[in-house]
Design a protein around this ligand. Structure first.
Ligand code: SF4
Length: 345
């Protein structure tokens, strides 16, 4: 693994190093994440993209201790937060899932907005109580100050009549409003890092744009780092600074958003981009599909995991050797034998 280094190193907020997430099941070992590495910087949005089951969400859940047994992790997830540990990065994988340290980081310095707010919000607690709980756990504010802060947060995410809405339940809100409440809860303690896992899936296009604009506005104010997990490449184009493309638990290409859209290098990224409406890469303006399907979770594909679907696969090479993930110029890091000899696994 490698990634370009530059003078932004000081601004690294979170760094995944060779992260693996595995589930030993009776049927065999499910390898959900197979050595993912990336950095995300202060005040930037890194989009994780790829088909379902590629490890986007699992790699993020690992960072906040949400991998459920029998799942297990290895590698490192380094959190660079000056408020803790005297400025030294903390390896989040060194904490037990429900340890005091992990509970203090999760929901405080690292927050997450989930895809479906109806399941993430409690149906039996008032909205205000749910924001209050986060503030009570992660701040020293007294009850009155927490109430004031909760109302400020509701107003900040665009919920009118905050004092009245504070007392309502989640089922009394629309889907878009519930997602705004999730964002208010996530941002209650001004996190350094936000994971947004498909935050607008299921919302109509207008509400989707409002929610993404809201996250971007709040990011401008707090300079938090954002990892945006999505399968929607149009959302990525509008909202990301850099893009990491994942396939079968690995990052196969990492570049700034413009480079990914205009000159993708990995055959999988190229195929993904050809399937985007309006892409200059689409042949004759027609959208392309990617042949074949993602291998099953128990399948172990030898060599490059994309080779059974790749139009450019080199026989005797791609089906035998795993390409290394390496920078090929000053913009793109890629795992593909087309760009060098490759000395992977
Ligand atoms: Fe295709 Fe080979 Fe590159 Fe894999 S390594 S993406 S099979 S050309």
């Amino acid at each position: 693994m490698s990634e370009h280094t530059d003078d932004r190193e000081r601004d690294v907020v979170l760094e995944l190093r060779d992260l693996h997430v595995e589930y030993p099941l009776d049927e065999g070992l499910v390898r959900a994440v197979r050595g993912a590495s990336y950095k995300v910087y202060r005040d930037e949005t890194l989009a994780l993209v790829g088909e379902s089951g590629c490890g986007k969400s699992q790699s993020s859940y690992a960072a906040i201790g949400l991998i459920q047994p029998p799942g297990r992790t290895r590698g490192q997830i380094l959190f660079h937060d000056d408020r803790d540990n005297g400025g030294e990065p903390i390896d989040l994988l060194s904490f037990e899932r429900n340890s005091r340290q992990m509970r203090s980081i999760r929901g405080g310095r690292i927050a997450m907005v989930f895809q479906e707010p109806m399941t993430a919000l409690s149906p039996v607690h008032r909205i205000g109580q749910q924001i209050d709980e986060v503030l009570r756990l992660h701040t020293d504010l007294d009850k009155e100050a927490r109430f004031t802060r909760a109302c400020e947060l509701l107003a900040q995410v665009g919920i009118p009549d905050a004092e009245q809405r504070y007392r309502q339940y989640s089922f009394e809100f629309s889907g878009g409003m519930r997602q705004r409440i999730m964002i208010a809860i996530a941002l209650a303690c001004r996190p350094a890092m936000l994971f947004a896992d498909e935050p607008t899936t299921g919302l109509d296009v207008t509400i989707q744009a409002q929610i993404l604009d809201l996250i971007a506005d709040l990011q401008k104010q707090t300079k938090m780092a954002v990892v945006l997990i999505t399968h929607d490449l149009a959302v990525v184009a509008e909202n990301a600074d850099r893009v990491a493309v994942m396939y079968l638990g690995r990052i196969v290409e990492l570049a700034d958003v413009k480079t990914i859209y205009l000159s993708p290098r990995h055959p999988y990224t190229i195929a993904l981009m050809r399937s985007v409406i309006g892409s200059p890469l689409a042949d004759d303006g027609r959208l392309a599909t990617i042949r074949g399907t993602v291998p099953g979770p128990l399948e172990d594909v030898p060599g490059c995991p994309f080779h059974p679907r790749c139009e450019k696969a080199i026989p005797g090479v791609c089906n035998v050797r795993m390409p290394a993930f390496r920078p090929i110029d000053d913009k793109t890091t890629v795992a593909c034998h087309l760009y060098g000899d490759g000395d992977g696994e």
